[in-house]
Design a protein around this ligand. Structure first.
Ligand SMILES: [Zn+2]
Ligand SMILES: [Zn+2]
Length: 367
């Protein structure tokens, strides 16, 4: 089969590789036909993150937990590319009920069992069977399951890992439903669903599309206002179209305080800025991944203003179904975040482009 392989920074290559086969009766084989570039993919495709990580390790600047949790050759190619997709089912094991050849499905980017004590608590990212970094490609373990830019991908734990795509939703606009979309949902929904009238600030930046998905979701949740700070002018324009109340490039232009501040920048001072922008009782949720040993947090402000600071991996297996229901019901224009659509065979070029959200597609086999 054909597979798009990450070789090194700036180099993607189509390879002919052996297709995975069903290893047990709880798995499934799928054929992705719409794939999105994750914001994290964009970071390591255009910058030598592996080299930066090794330097950080050398000088003891990165958190030691990274070494324990992630394999040592972090982001070192070659590995199969892609972990956000809409796919069609090719084959399922005898223990996978309710799915048939040709069904359109979403697959969480993290593999979780869905049944262990952590999964039962909805913390599927901390699955006790698969761990936090068992993913289809990228920073996780390298496996022979294939990446989402492969012709065939092996999905373990398919009864839980396959999530049906509602027929009324356009596969192209759901391209990031494996990862970036539910990540945004997990930052916004717990604070805003059922709590109308809140003020929200999104600090956009390193998490390029996720910040914009946050804007789209928040605007659909009866917020009082959703403001957006971002140096990138194209993303400011997208944020306005998605319903942002005020957009600016400069944090200094922000002259009010908010119930919820979502940090999507990798600046070290961003947590301190976010806390400064919060009303008493407010919540800051940070979706940026800080690899460094320490990040400044103004703890007295947290204490004095009764603030809450949140971070953490998303739990896509849990978040995808309610997110799809919300998108359906409120017709959220999440597809408006996509800035580049390309044909499948051009993925090796399109995925390297300097743009916010790349989506590639090909015709499904069965419909
Ligand atoms: Zn991702
Ligand atoms: Zn589990």
């Amino acid at each position: 089969m054909q597979q798009l392989t990450y070789v090194k920074t700036g180099v993607l290559r189509w390879d002919e590789v052996k297709a995975p086969t069903l290893t047990d009766q709880t798995s499934a084989l799928i054929r992705p036909f719409v794939v999105a570039r994750c914001d994290l993919d964009a970071a390591f495709l255009r910058r030598d993150v592996f080299h930066l990580y090794r330097i950080g390790q050398l000088f003891y600047r990165v958190d030691s937990l990274i070494r324990e949790m992630i394999r040592p050759d972090l982001l070192k190619g070659p590995f199969p590319m892609g972990h956000e997709c809409v796919a069609e089912v090719l084959e399922v094991g005898t223990e996978v009920h309710g799915f048939f050849k040709g069904d359109h499905v979403i697959v969480p980017f993290q593999v979780s069992c869905g049944e262990c004590p952590m999964c039962a608590r909805s913390l599927t990212s901390q699955c006790q069977v698969h761990g936090a970094f068992d993913m289809f490609s990228g920073i996780g373990r390298h496996t022979d399951r294939g990446g989402m830019l492969s012709d065939v991908v092996l999905v373990p734990r398919a009864r839980k890992m396959l999530i049906p795509l509602p027929p009324c939703l356009d596969p192209l606009s759901m391209a990031s439903a494996s990862d970036n979309l539910p990540d945004a949902w997990s930052r916004v929904a717990p604070e805003l669903l059922g709590c109308p009238g809140k003020d929200v600030l999104v600090l956009g930046g390193s998490t390029q599309s996720i910040g914009l998905y946050c804007v789209a979701f928040a605007a659909a949740m009866q917020t009082s206002r959703v403001d957006y700070v971002e140096v990138n002018s194209a993303r400011r324009l997208l944020a306005s179209k998605l319903g942002a109340t005020m957009v600016t490039a400069e944090p200094a232009d922000v002259d009010r305080q908010y119930d919820l501040v979502i940090n999507g920048t990798n600046r070290k001072q961003a947590i301190a800025d976010s806390v400064r922008f919060l009303k008493p009782g407010g919540v800051c949720t940070s979706m940026n991944i800080y690899f460094s040993k320490s990040t400044p947090v103004p703890f007295f402000q947290l204490y004095a203003k009764n603030l809450t600071l949140k971070s953490g991996l998303g739990n896509p297996m849990v978040d995808i179904p309610p997110m799809l229901d919300f998108i359906k019901e409120h017709q959220v224009d999440v597809g408006g975040v996509t800035s580049r659509v390309a044909d499948w065979e051009h993925a090796h070029e399109a995925f390297l482009e300097d743009t916010t959200k790349v989506v590639v597609h090909r015709k499904p086999l069965f419909s």
